[in-house]
Design a protein around this ligand. Structure first.
Ligand SMILES: C[S@@+](CC[C@H](N)C(=O)[O-])C[C@H]1O[C@@H](n2cnc3c(N)ncnc32)[C@H](O)[C@@H]1O
Length: 226
C-alpha cells in the first residue's frame, strides 16, 4: 500500500529522475509522497500503528514555544502541535507541495487554529525566519529531502541557539516494519548525515512501534556561525 502510494505520488508530482544518493552516507534518497498520500497520513489506524501521541509526549513541547513542522503534509502533526504550544506559541507549517498546504489550511480553518503560519518552502530552503525556532520537527520527511545538506544548513540558521531538531524516522534496522527501505533510516545513518552539518545527536528514543525519535542540538562551534 505504502509503496503504491509513493509511486503514484512520484508520478503525480512529475518526478522523472531518481532522486540519487546522499553524498556522505550513500543512502538512497526517497521519492517524496505526493498529495494522493494524504489520506494515508490521516488514516484512523495511525495512532494504533505509530503512536504519534507518544511521539509528541517525547518531544515535550512547551506552551508558548515556536515550532516548525517541516514537511507538514496535510497537517496531522501541525494540528496537535498548535494545541500544545497554545495561544502564546506559534507553529510554522511548511511543505514544498501547495496541494498539501491547501489541505492543511482547510484543516486549521475547520479547527479554528489561529497560531499556525503556513509556509511554502523550496526543496533546499524551508523559508523560516532566522534564529526564531525552538523546535524544528520532521516526521517521516528527512529521508525524502532532495537536498538534505542545504536544508539542514537552513534549519540550523532558523533555530534559536538552544533550539532542537527532531527527526521521526521509520526504523531502518527493523526489516519487519512494512515501509519501503528507502523510506526508513537507521540511527547510524541519521547521525552521520546530520552531525556532518553542524548538529549533535543528543537523544535517541526508540520506544515507538515503528519509528525512532532523534533529537539533535546545534553543535557548540556552529552556534554563532549563521
Ligand atoms: C510522508 S509525508 C509526512 C507528512 C507529515 N509530516 C506527517 O507525518 O503527517 C512527507 C512530506 O514531506 C514533504 N517534503 C518533502 N521534501 C520536502 C522539503 N524539502 N521541504 C519541505 N517539505 C518536504 C512532502 O511534500 C510531504 O508532504
Amino acid at each position: 500500500m505504502f509503496a503504491r502510494l509513493v509511486l503514484a505520488a512520484a508520478i503525480a508530482i512529475g518526478a522523472t529522475q531518481a532522486p540519487g544518493a546522499h553524498p556522505i552516507s550513500g543512502r538512497e534518497l526517497a521519492w517524496p509522497m505526493g498529495v494522493s498520500g494524504a489520506p494515508w497520513l490521516d488514516r484512523e489506524d495511525r495512532e494504533r500503528e505509530e503512536a504519534p501521541a507518544l511521539a509528541l509526549k517525547i518531544l515535550n513541547v512547551a506552551p508558548g514555544s515556536v515550532v516548525a513542522d517541516i514537511g507538514a503534509g496535510s497537517g496531522y502533526f501541525t494540528e496537535r502541535l498548535a494545541r500544545l504550544v497554545g495561544p502564546k506559541g506559534k507553529v510554522y507549517a511548511n511543505d514544498i507541495q501547495q496541494g498539501m498546504l491547501d489541505l492543511l489550511r482547510r484543516r486549521i480553518e475547520k479547527e479554528h487554529l489561529t497560531n499556525v503560519i503556513v509556509v511554502l518552502g523550496e526543496p533546499a530552503n524551508p523559508k523560516l525566519p532566522p534564529g526564531a525556532i525552538d523546535l524544528a520537527l520532521m516526521v517521516d520527511v528527512y529521508h525524502e529531502l532532495r537536498e538534505p545538506q542545504k536544508m539542514l544548513n537552513e534549519i540550523r540558521k532558523a533555530l534559536k541557539p538552544a533550539g532542537r531538531l527532531a527527526l521521526v524516522e521509520y526504523k531502518g534496522e527493523d526489516p519487519s516494519i512494512p515501509i519501503m527501505p528507502s523510506h526508513k533510516m537507521t540511527v547510524a545513518q541519521a547521525r552521520l548525515e546530520v552531525e556532518h552539518e553542524g548538529f549533535k545527536l543528543s537523544a535517541v528514543h526508540s520506544g515507538l512501534p515503528r519509528q525512532h525519535v532523534l533529537i539533535f542540538t546545534v553543535a557548540g562551534e556552529r552556534r554563532t556561525k549563521n
